[in-house]
Each structure stands twice: as C-alpha cells, then as structure tokens.
Design a protein around this ligand. Sequence first.
Ligand code: AHG
Ligand code: MN
Ligand code: MN
Length: 343
Amino acid sequence: MSTTPFMTLERFIIEQERKHPEATGALSRILSDLSIAAKIVSREVNKAGLVEILGFTGSTNVHGESVKKLDIYAHDMLFKAMDHGGQLCVMASEEEEDIIHIPKHFRIGKYVMLFDPLDGSSNIDVNVSIGTIFSIYKRVSEGDGPGTLEDCLQRGLEQVAAGYVIYGSSTMLVYTVGEGVDGFTLDPSIGEFILSHPNMKIPEKGKIYSINEGNYKYWHPGLKKYIKWLQEEEKESGRPYSTRYIGSMVADVHRTLLYGGIFMYPADSRNPKGKLRLQYECNPMAFIIEAAGGKAIDGYKRILERVPTALHERCPIFIGSPFDVDKVAKFIADTDAELEKPI
Ligand code: AHG
Ligand code: MN
Ligand code: MN
C-alpha cells in the first residue's frame, strides 16, 4: 500500500475541507479531536497487559453485559476529547443508558456524535484486535440549546461522517464523509496518523464469510442454506469460501472492506433483532461500507434506511461485497417465499 510520507490526517482533513467552500471547519475539528482520543486509547490498549486496566469492573452496562475497565477508559477518553470542542450538542455511547449532554460551561455546537468506545470487549484480555466506532450527524432539533434524543435517533442515511479505529497489529483510523473511504495508520514514533489506504474500495465479490457458527441451530433456514452453499465446491464461484470470525465487529468488517466477502450478525430464534446496535455499530459501518462500494442490509432492506426508535436498539446485519450481500438476501427471500413467512 503506498504511504504518502507527509499526508497526515490533519493535513488530509484540511485539504478535504478546502474542496467544500461551504464547510465551516466544524467537522474537521471533530475528526481532529477524535484522532487525539484514538491515540490515547491506542496507547492504553497497547500496554493493557502491563497496567491494571485488564479484567472486569464488576459493573454491567445497559445491555446487562459485564463491562471491562478498558471500555470505561475508552468511553471517558472519548467524552473528554469531545466535550469541550464546541462542535457537538449531544453525544450517545454504548456505555451510557441515556444521551450525554455537553457540560454547561462548554459551547454547544451543531453536530451529534454516537460511539461505541470499545468494540470487541470480549477480546481485550486475549490480545485480539478491538476497536472504536463513531457516527456523526448534524443536529435536527431547533435552537442552540442542548441536543435531544431526537438528534440521536436519525436514520443512518443522514450521517455526515462515520469511522472506526482498529487497535490491531497497527492502529488505523478509517473514515468517510460519504464520498470515499480513507485509511490512516498511526506512526507512534511521531504520534501522527499517516494516509496509508487512500480511497478504499471493497471488492465486488469475496471468498471469505464471517459469522458465529455457534448460533447455527437458531438461524433462519434460508441462512442455513446459504452457508451450506458457500461450503460446496465450485471453482468458478470460488467456493468453498474460507471462514474467518474474530468476534470484534471492527476487525471483521475491516478485513471484509480490504479483502471482500461478507460479515453477518443475523437475527435468530434467540435474538429476534440480532445483537449489534443500530446507532453506533450497524449504521456507521453501513455508511462506511456503502461509501466504499459495498452493501449493508438487515436481511431484507438497507440498514441506512431503518428508522431508529431507541438509542440502544439492535439490528441484524449482513455487510460486505455487493455480490455476497445480494446472494444471502436471495437465499433468505427464496426461503421465505417457500415458507411464506419472513424471519
Ligand atoms: P462490544 O464489545 O462493543 O459489546 O461489541 C461486541 C460485538 C461485536 O464486536 C462482535 O461482532 C460481536 O459482539 C461478537 O458477538 P458474539 O461473541 O456473540 O459472536
Ligand atoms: Mn461493539
Ligand atoms: Mn463496546
């Protein structure tokens, strides 16, 4: 991958802003503040084994999931990096039940940020890649006062920016403002994100599928047929596919963006809405993958078109190369037609 030696994230953001004369610089400031939080979290993730931030806090979050110390640390870092920039009117986090107001003494801005501070928590203690996911909207509520829940419940189509940070063999920040996707790799020796993956495009078709096969027995019959189809041998269509499942959505989607294929967290008979959260996991990832030429559906329609009704609502997701997403949608639709009932 060609690395432009001096195209830092900061410079890239400014150059992107220049392409939009109407830009106020607010979004640039948000992205710049986010990159600072990413560097701080990256530093802690990369030494988590050495300091007392491994393990559980003993508390559980709104989803009843046990919270690891790094989740809280990442949440706090993102909040502290973003609360005083004067660009946001409200935030929402996986780790907070309600919306998060901007502290009174700070200026209130016109943007909204939703985030998953640490994605893939179950992998923290075993040194497997984890990440941060963010989603940015413009406020829709009237006036210049504190933002509202309405601001946080906009459809994914309305996002003005989305991105993720992956803390893996290197730390990368990948984001889009809706026109193309660009990836930056952190050079810890100078503390800068350097443009390493300009204009990322997902392959039209892949050869990897990613799903937690432990849930097979609970799946929609059409999904079972699709997975069996992927495992048959047929050279022309590159089957059998390989399977990869990291258990961190950020890592599984990042691999899918680079190599192609499909990542799935479906609804099933135990979790009728799936597991992943619409507002700070599915929508930002869908916005990024669509901007890279891919597709993201809930099994039937575009994730970005779903109308959110609750901050932490879950949503099934099938995301990746157009060929692969269309194929699984057809298996589900054809099986529904046979069974005459949707999942
Ligand atoms: P989080 O750590 O933010 O709660 O997200 C974990 C999610 C997602 O990263 C991953 O794709 C999924 O949980 C894995 O779930 P299973 O362990 O049920 O496969
Ligand atoms: Mn997550
Ligand atoms: Mn999380």
